[in-house]
Ligand binder design. Structure first.
Ligand SMILES: [Ca+2]
Ligand SMILES: [Ca+2]
Ligand SMILES: [Ca+2]
Ligand SMILES: [Ca+2]
Length: 470
């Protein structure tokens, strides 16, 4: 029995220390080690990845910050350009300096001031936009609103009701009874619009009417705006950008009713101004001629003129005489004139909205302007293009001045990783320029050529890319 135990004991010792047993133990250690190494390697990879992600996030944040800073710089640039142009009496939003607004360098990033190219939907245009070259939603008559491209009778009437103080419904329009039945419900404003986008609150308005197919507001026919309903928006796939009326409307245009020296104008409809008028005419022309003009115009006996163009036609002045004094005259007692359309800068579509004008009149105004180079300093020139009835018909709605400009600011970080887009409106009417509107358009996506971003991401210089696109 003892022997047997000894044998078992021996065999137990033998088993425990047999080569197979040692190899098995070593194998287990190896497997455990491999597992530990694998887990550690996995951890290291996860950690490295998280560091890489953090680094990428940080880099993107830096790029985004850079783009924001470029936007600040671009705004200062725009304000400086407006101030400089005002001092040098140059046109701020002209078409001859678009390279000053394309791919401008700030730090190692760039900005563009984009504006809709109304002549071509396949080419970008750069520069500031003149808000006085647009129809003002707050002062335009029903007839003028109805002539905007793509406008409906319902929306035009509803705009009138939205901004007028009363609660009388214009045919096709809407007052609070309509808006209170909407969900969510709200009151009719009965006050002027403060932004153009506010129009979307008005009955009959929609993004389709306002923006048309140009849903990213870059004035360019992007692929998704010409593929039917394959991607948003649901366009008509006809190879043309059928835009809305967004580019033709404003709520900002406003000017003081003063002459170019900043002094009050002589009101030809005010009998107490008669002696001032006589003095002006005598200074400008001979005394006899001044008396002739005074008598012919009937300004002392019946000073009722719709506008200064009607005064001109009654006075028997030559157009040359009139152009010398037109800026010093007014037929309005208002100290501020809102929503006048600048006939020197407005596009054809806007001129066409002026009362009584037909397509041929708008075209004639544009071609006269183009063939006469310098911007005239009074509205007298329209009498050279239009007949008396039409000139007097638009005389109360036009100006040759602009004080409000908008800028579509696009900013790209130096490495192409981040961009920002803002729309700004700058008002210089009260003297120094003021930013009266600032809204992010970044959510519309990168609005220019994708090659620009791709080149910067690859570290290529932007100049070569921009040049190759011209
Ligand atoms: Ca109303
Ligand atoms: Ca577009
Ligand atoms: Ca589409
Ligand atoms: Ca189309």
């Amino acid at each position: 029995m003892k022997k047997m135990r000894r044998m078992i004991g021996q065999s137990e010792v033998q088993r425990r220390t047999s080569p197979l047993r040692i190899r098995r133990a070593a194998g287990t250690v190896l497997i455990v080690t491999i597992w530990v190494v694998l887990v550690l390697a996995g951890l290291a990879m996860v950690f490295a990845r998280s560091v890489r992600v953090s680094a990428a996030v940080a880099a993107n944040q830096v790029a985004a910050l850079q783009a924001e800073c470029i936007a600040e710089g671009a705004l200062q640039y725009v304000v400086a350009r407006i101030t400089q142009a005002a001092e040098e009496e140059e046109e701020v939003a002209g078409s001859d300096n678009s390279e000053d607004y394309e791919a401008q360098e700030v730090g190692n990033g760039h900005f563009w001031i984009l504006r809709s190219n109304l002549e071509s939907d396949r080419e970008f245009d750069y520069g500031l936009t003149d808000e006085a070259g647009k129809i003002n939603l707050n002062s335009a008559s029903l007839e003028m609103l109805q002539k905007l491209p793509g406008m409906t009778a319902e929306l035009a009437a509803s705009i009138i009701d939205w901004r007028d103080e009363d609660s009388d419904v214009t045919t096709g329009g809407a007052e609070s009874e309509y808006y209170l039945l909407q969900s969510p419900n709200y009151q009719c404003k009965n006050l002027p619009l403060e932004t153009v986008d506010e129009i979307l609150l008005i009955k009959g308005a929609s993004e389709e009417l306002l923006y048309g197919e140009d849903i990213n507001l870059n004035g360019y026919l992007d692929d998704h705006e010409n593929d039917g309903d394959e991607s948003e928006p649901d366009d008509n796939h006809n190879g043309r950008l059928d835009a809305g009326f967004y580019d033709y409307v404003t709520v900002y245009s406003k000017e003081a009713n003063v002459n170019s020296d900043g002094n009050a104008r002589i009101n030809v409809t005010d009998t107490s101004s008669v002696s001032d008028l006589q003095t002006l005419l005598t200074e400008q022309f001979k005394e006899d001629r001044a008396i002739e003009i005074m008598i012919a115009s009937g300004v002392s006996s019946n000073p009722s003129f719709e506008n200064i163009l009607q005064f001109y036609y009654r006075s028997g002045m030559t157009s040359e005489e009139f152009s010398q004094i037109a800026d010093k005259l007014t037929a309005s007692s208002e100290t501020t004139l809102s929503g006048l359309v600048n006939v020197n800068t407005a596009p054809k579509e806007v001129l066409l909205c002026l009362p009584g004008l037909e397509e041929s009149d708008a075209e004639a105004l544009v071609s006269y302007r183009e063939s006469n180079g310098d911007s005239p300093d009074s509205i007298a020139w329209v009498t050279e293009v239009l007949d008396e009835e039409k000139a007097v018909g638009i005389g109360s709605y036009i100006t040759v001045r602009s004080y409000q400009y908008s800028a579509d600011i696009i900013c790209l970080s130096g490495n192409g990783r981040a961009y920002r887009r803002y729309r700004a409106v700058i008002d210089t009417q009260a003297g120094s320029p003021r930013v009266v509107y600032w809204r992010s358009l970044t959510h519309f996506g990168w609005p220019l050529q994708p090659e620009i971003v791709e080149a910067l991401k690859k570290g290529q210089p932007l100049n070569s890319v921009v040049l190759s696109m011209h």
